[in-house]
Write a protein that binds this ligand. Structure first.
Ligand SMILES: NC(=O)c1ccc[n+]([C@@H]2O[C@H](COP(=O)([O-])OP(=O)(O)OC[C@H]3O[C@@H](n4cnc5c(N)ncnc54)[C@H](OP(=O)(O)O)[C@@H]3O)[C@@H](O)[C@H]2O)c1
Length: 318
């Protein structure tokens, strides 16, 4: 995987800095939602160190424009992927498997937050379909290449996961068609699902002696399009531009937010780890290894989510 120049840890041994990432030529990293925000900053850092980054984006025009802004020595390519549509996920994964002998890292970064109740092509609530189901299906469909590459799978979660309400008794209906719908709560549940999935993938990989590693990341509170898009989706786009100004003044930059993902890709990070900023409330600061939130540390809840996910997307490969 990514090879860090030694030492990759700070003097106190607990936090990490992306300055320590060494050259990454011959590494291929696939990033979902890589055309903006944290995904784009991650792609820029990796291409800048020599990696080949595949930008998996739902809008190819935005993806090509983002790729044109990446500065080598590395390289990039763009694939179309709407994670909310399981048929598209399957088609995109097949193209990737057919065209790539190896994928050293898969960063499950794309995400949507809040907004009104909308449904995916398969009739599932849109946030859960995009943030969790699409990524779970993608990992599964790419499994042979990920295994052959001893890949790292990085799941972008959030401190909002702490207030997720998935339990060992969650029903398929509650997961896929929540009623009543509370957009904020569903986002929290999707981020809890991302971290539960990373944990369960880690456990299953270990059980079957797979070389695939799984790591969860909370990037901190970062100035990206996530907040403005939420307002757009709620029909309050005029507030979007105000939100952009406020968030860029108050929150961390996408480059800072990307440091946790870069560390998760680094071979110094153990499988099953969770990375979050070291600062107050995990809002900002250098990334460090953190305790998995209580909401995502119960294996029974993780197994339940895995089973419900299989009912929605079909058998998972891992
Ligand atoms: N920003 C924060 O403070 C924060 C905090 C905690 C966790 N996170 C997590 O960090 C991740 C990155 O978010 P961000 O803050 O960088 O937001 P962002 O700038 O809005 O980026 C989100 C990306 O996801 C893509 N996306 C949305 N729906 C998609 C779909 N159906 N298929 C494929 N791609 C899709 C977006 O594409 P378009 O450009 O086409 O919309 C965009 O590229 C998310 O998982 C988010 O939950 C962010």
């Amino acid at each position: 995987m990514l090879v860090a120049r030694s030492p990759s840890l700070s003097k106190d041994g607990t936090t990490w800095d992306s300055e320590h990432v060494g050259q990454l030529s011959a590494r291929t990293i696939l990033i979902t939602g890589a055309n903006s925000g944290i995904g784009f900053a991650t792609a820029a850092a990796l291409v800048g160190r020599g990696a080949h980054v595949v930008l998996a984006v739902r809008d190819r025009v935005r993806g090509e424009a983002a790729a044109a802004r990446l500065v080598g020595p590395g390289s990039s390519s763009v694939v179309g992927l709407d994670l909310s549509d399981l048929d598209q996920v399957a088609r995109c994964a097949k193209r990737l498997v057919d065209s790539h002998e190896k994928i050293d890292g898969l960063v499950c970064n794309a995400g949507v937050m809040g907004g009104p109740l909308l449904f995916s092509a398969q009739g599932f609530e849109l946030q859960m379909a995009t943030n969790h189901l699409g990524h779970a299906a993608l990992v599964s469909a790419l499994w042979t290449v990920l295994e052959a590459s001893a890949a790292r799978v990085v799941m972008l979660s959030s401190n909002e996961a702490q207030r997720g309400r998935l339990t060992p008794w969650t029903t398929l209906e509650q997961l896929l068609k929540p009623d009543p719908y509370d957009g904020k709560q569903v986002y929290r549940n999707t981020k809890q699902a991302n971290l539960l999935f990373a944990q369960q993938l880690h456990r299953r990989s270990k059980q079957i002696r797979s070389s695939v590693r799984a790591v969860g990341v909370h990037p901190g509170t970062v100035s990206t399009n996530l907040f403005a898009r939420q307002l757009d989706r709620s029909g309050r786009s005029r507030l979007g531009s105000i939100s952009k100004i406020l968030t860029s003044a108050l929150l961390s930059s996408p480059e800072t937010g990307a440091r946790g993902t870069l560390w998760a890709l680094d071979e110094s990070t153990p499988s099953g780890a969770f990375i979050a900023p070291a600062g107050f409330g995990q809002l900002r600061g250098r990334p460090r290894l953190a305790d998995v939130y209580d909401s995502a540390s119960d294996p029974a809840t993780a197994r339940r989510l895995w089973n419900l996910t299989e009912e929605a997307v079909g058998p998972l490969a891992a």
